[in-house]
Ligand binder design. Structure first.
Ligand code: DGL
Length: 287
């Protein structure tokens, strides 16, 4: 069975790239909802509706397992989808997100546990989360980290200017001032506490990880979401042989977009590190 990867646009290709490197024999199908991006400023209800529609489309393409690579969609919609819709409408299929591996890496507590593990409490520390307005508003990172590691302080920073700048391929010189401003705003709210780690909690930010590293104080650990998600998927697939591919050699991923395929193909290659020949999906997600 193919593995579907869903994102609001082409930022999720940073995750797909890590997934294809970790599981090179697997067939992947990517869907970017560029026609409705960005999700960051949208309401929770809209994000839920669009994410369900995107996942349904990937199921219809023959995918048994979907990775929602968009932090905003995962933070806002995933739990609600898993609790009722998925179980009732698509038994035997599953949808995974990108928050879980990050929360597990920070807390060292498996997602299913939802409480601190005696004797395994991580050191008290301060973690900064840079993300879209939707992800920050959902409170998912502080809530899920707080349940498992109450001594970890999470400080969030919404970065609404970054996705549009990164999507249009703006040069570093145009993005650097925005990154510096967001790092300064988060630092101000730390009240003098040293920052230990930061989460780049948006699929687009790996492309400007070097600008965050430049703006952050030396020694702050920058946690890489694509690498963590890829490792977590590898472990998941080992435990779930039912999602094994049917056989034969997998071709490269197929790429679908709800936007203009030629434009998206031209802009998206640098998120994947190789050309991404997108096909237009002639269907409006979420009706
Ligand atoms: N892909 C989204 C995320 O990771 C960012 C882009 C958007 O706002 O749609 O949060």
């Amino acid at each position: 069975m193919a593995i579907g990867v869903f994102d609001s646009g082409h930022g999720g290709l940073t995750v797909l790239r890590a997934l294809t490197e970790a599981a090179p024999g697997r067939p992947f199908v990517y869907l970017g909802d560029n026609g409705n991006a960005p999700y960051g400023p949208r309401s929770d209800e809209e994000i839920y509706r669009l994410t369900v529609a995107g996942v349904e489309h990937l199921f219809a393409q023959g995918c048994g397992l979907i990775v929602v690579a968009c932090n905003t969609a995962a933070a806002v919609a995933l739990r609600r989808m898993q609790q009722t819709w998925l179980r009732d409408a698509y038994p035997g299929r599953n949808v995974l997100g990108v928050l879980v591996p990050m929360v597990e890496a920070i807390t060292r507590v498996p997602w299913m546990v939802e409480a601190p593990l005696a004797g395994r409490l991580p050191e008290p520390r301060t973690v900064g989360v840079f993300a879209t307005a939707g992800t920050v508003r959902s409170g998912s990172f502080p809530r899920e980290i707080g349940k498992r590691a109450p001594d970890v302080t999470v400080v969030q920073q919404a970065c609404p200017d970054l996705v549009p700048l990164i999507e249009e391929g703006a040069p570093d010189a145009a993005i650097r001032p925005a990154v510096r401003r967001y790092v300064a705003e988060l630092t101000e709210r730390l009240d003098g506490r040293p920052l230990d780690s930061v989460v780049l909690g948006c699929t687009h930010y790996p492309l400007v990880a070097h600008l965050f590293a430049e703006a952050l104080p030396p020694g702050v650990e920058v946690l890489s979401q694509p690498a963590l998600v890829a490792r977590s998927l590898e472990h998941y697939l080992e435990r779930h042989p039912e999602y094994a591919p049917a056989g034969g050699t997998a071709e490269g991923p197929r790429f679908f977009t709800t936007g203009d395929a030629a434009r998206v193909s031209a802009l998206a290659g640098r998120f994947f590190g190789r050309p991404t020949p997108f096909e237009t999906l002639f269907e409006t997600l979420g009706g």
